[in-house]
Design a protein around this ligand. Structure first.
Ligand SMILES: [Zn+2]
Ligand SMILES: [Zn+2]
Length: 148
């Protein structure tokens, strides 16, 4: 992924720029992501908070998700577009919805999680590793360790 990269909501009230490559990127198929997205799954990239510059004010909605962790989803109060995700699991990182990128084709998920909750009409990625539920601590550690 090329840095810096930028993105925002549909109406332009929220804009962000990021100076770091993502720490990890995934497709989450949990039921909560389905409800929040109105679709089959959430494609999200997580970046270091420090690397992110945000303009505009998002509205946040907190939920306790299937794994028991708290997740806050940030969306634009004007157009309703989902832009941000903050997960208790990774407090130093900020999640960005892939669809909010100015160039969403740059998104490169490395894993798909909560595939057990995927709908029968969902299309899972044919080659990406699958995790049935939330990733374990070990899987999370592997995800966050840069590959050589
Ligand atoms: Zn907006
Ligand atoms: Zn999810």
């Amino acid at each position: 992924m090329q840095v810096p990269f930028s993105g925002g909501c549909t109406c332009g009230a929220i804009r962000y720029e990021c100076s770091s490559i993502p720490a990890f990127s995934w497709n989450c198929h949990c039921q909560d992501c389905q409800r929040a997205s109105g679709s089959a799954f959430c494609p999200v990239l997580y970046v270091p908070r420090m690397a992110l510059t945000i303009r505009g004010k998002s509205k946040y909605y907190d939920v306790r998700v299937e794994s028991g962790n708290k997740v806050s989803r940030g969306f634009c109060p004007e157009c309703g577009a989902p832009v941000f995700i903050q997960a208790e699991l990774v407090p130093d990182l900020q999640g960005l919805w892939a669809s909010s990128l100015d160039d969403p084709s740059q998104f490169q998920p490395s894993i798909q999680v909560w595939t057990r909750s995927a709908q029968p009409w969902d299309c899972l990625h044919p080659t990406l590793p699958r995790v049935e539920k939330a990733p374990t601590e070990k899987q999370m550690h592997e995800l966050l360790t840069p590959r050589k």
